[in-house]
Design a protein around this ligand. Structure first.
Ligand code: ADP
Length: 260
């Protein structure tokens, strides 16, 4: 079976890169990018792997902000882009190449050719794991990325409410169709803990993702609470796994990174 930390899968699709793991969601805004970044940081900084982070979310790149990276990549002698590093992670994002507020209005084939450049047109060097922040949803782009990159596995992120879980199921079925192993389901924004009185509120319902994981025979990887520091650390460009390692969320991300 697959395990990122044990290193028993070889991936031939990008030379030097052992495994490619996608972090996906059925819909936008559920915390897919936040999860991708924090899992990548945990794999690199806590579990001591060589990690790359690819922002495949062409229409809404988040990695430049979340990883505090704003320079343009250099090009190597063999005409490949050199990934930009922070916190020990080699990162690549369309956001490094376009102006911050410029809309990206490409159609599907342009998106695919951009993604091709952002993956195989990059000198990643030797990586244990390349974590891919996928575009949200389950359309053509997601299918092509999954097939072309020969993913070692996929992590699916959902919030606990039905409407998000329906889409998470679609996501799981998409990966099954292309025979990508699903490493498990993460429940994000599982509950809100009041900073004043400490009471937990299950704003989006309780235990939804765990039930869906059971129903669909998927591994349940863990839950991340709705926590102010998760959001503020992302906005400030220092993921919570690094900025506040003792927090409930940081511990949960580290634990999830070990399980995949
Ligand atoms: P997606 O990639 O699914 O669109 P993001 O990771 O960009 O979602 O998250 C959407 C917003 O929610 C961001 O502002 C992010 O900081 C915030 N967020 C994500 N997860 C949490 C959490 N567990 N607690 C608080 N805020 C969160």
């Amino acid at each position: 079976s697959y395990s990122a930390t044990s290193g028993n899968v070889k991936n031939p699709s990008i030379p030097g890169v052992r495994d490619i793991i996608a972090v996906a969601s059925g819909k936008g805004g559920v915390g897919k990018s936040t999860t991708a970044v924090n899992i990548a940081v945990a794999l690199g900084n806590v579990w001591k792997l060589n990690v790359g982070l690819l922002d495949a979310d062409i229409y809404g790149p988040s990695i430049p902000t979340m990883m505090n990276l704003h320079q343009k990549p250099d090009v190597s002698e063999d005409m490949k882009m050199i990934p930009i590093e922070n916190y020990g992670l080699k990162c690549m994002s369309i956001g490094f190449l376009v102006e911050k507020d410029a809309p990206i209005v490409w159609r599907g084939p342009m998106v695919m050719s951009a993604l091709e450049k952002l993956t195989r047109g990059v000198s990643w060097g030797n990586l244990d794991v390349l974590v891919v922040d996928m575009p949200p949803g389950t359309g053509d782009t997601q299918l092509s990325v999954s097939q072309r990159l020969k993913l070692s596995g996929a992590v699916i992120v959902s919030t606990p409410q039905d409407i998000a879980l329906i889409d998470a199921r679609r996501g799981a079925n998409m990966f099954r169709k292309v025979e990508v192993p699903i490493l498990g389901l993460v429940e994000n924004m599982s509950c809100f803990k009041c900073p004043n009185c400490g009471e937990k509120s299950y704003i989006f319902g309780e235990g939804g993702a765990r039930r869906t994981a059971n129903d669909m025979d998927l591994k349940f990887l863990g839950e991340i609470p709705l926590e102010l520091d998760v959001r503020s650390s992302s906005d400030e460009g220092k993921p919570i796994v690094l900025s506040s390692p003792q927090s409930t969320s940081a511990k949960a991300y580290v634990d999830i990174a070990e399980k995949i």
